[in-house]
Design a binder for this molecule. Structure first.
Ligand code: AMP
Length: 205
């Protein structure tokens, strides 16, 4: 067992791999994108602020996301944690370390931009359980996991995706070198099916 960070561009399958890991091992898991979307849906003042970033495909400010993540980590009494989508900037990675939380393994999922764009155009999210599915596989009916309504994620337009991808290249890619230099990084080819990617990850852990 180990503490794990999942890194990867938008639609690379971080959330899906996170769910598969949770079925196999006991982790406390935090998906920062989902936490932010839940805050938006709550209609709070903070949610309105967060939505203004998500709608533009911009990262939310470091201080805001760090406060949420550190509070969550402090409330984990025991066991291992799995972070999906945090850290995403060097400031976040360094703050996590300074705060005393060190990952054992950082999994970097690689997928090329063209494949990501194809995925984004067919991606659906369940409004009940938040699982992600591809329209190409499940059609546009109900969620195969829980029967909930499948929707297009509001930030999944192509222009928004390109902003998020640019941010990933500019702000998140440097984290690969940061964790590589600490010998924590393992990279996996995320272009295969979720089950194949998961088999690869399981072998490496
Ligand atoms: P995701 O569900 O991981 O694709 O995240 C959705 C959106 O939430 C991202 O495009 C960012 O705008 C925001 N977000 C999630 N995690 C972070 C983070 N660690 N730092 C800044 N913004 C984040």
């Amino acid at each position: 067992m180990s503490n794990i960070i999942l890194l990867g561009p938008p639609a690379s399958g971080k959330g899906t791999q996170c769910q598969l890991l949770l079925k196999q091992r006991e982790y406390s898991c935090l998906g920062t994108g989902q936490v932010l979307r839940d805050e938006v849906h709550s209609g709070s003042e903070l949610g309105v602020l967060i939505e203004s970033y998500l709608n533009r495909g911009a990262y939310v400010p470091d201080q805001l996301i760090m406060r949420m993540v550190f509070q969550w980590l402090d409330n984990q009494v025991s066991g291992n944690w799995l972070l999906d989508g945090f850290p995403r900037t060097m400031a976040q990675a360094k703050a996590l370390e300074d705060y005393g939380y060190t990952p054992d393994v950082v999994i970097g999922i690689d997928v090329d931009q063209m494949s990501l764009e194809e995925r984004i155009l067919s991606r659906l999210i369940c409004s009940s359980c938040s699982a992600t599915h591809s329209r190409n596989i499940v059609g546009s009916g109900s969620c195969p996991d829980c029967g909930g309504v499948l929707q297009v994620r509001s930030d999944d337009g192509i222009a928004n995706f390109r902003n998020r991808f640019k941010n990933f290249q500019q702000f998140t890619m440097p984290l690969y070198d940061f964790y590589e230099s600490k010998r924590m990084l393992i990279r996996v080819d995320g272009s295969h099916s979720p089950a194949e990617v998961f088999r690869h990850i399981s072998k490496l852990l």
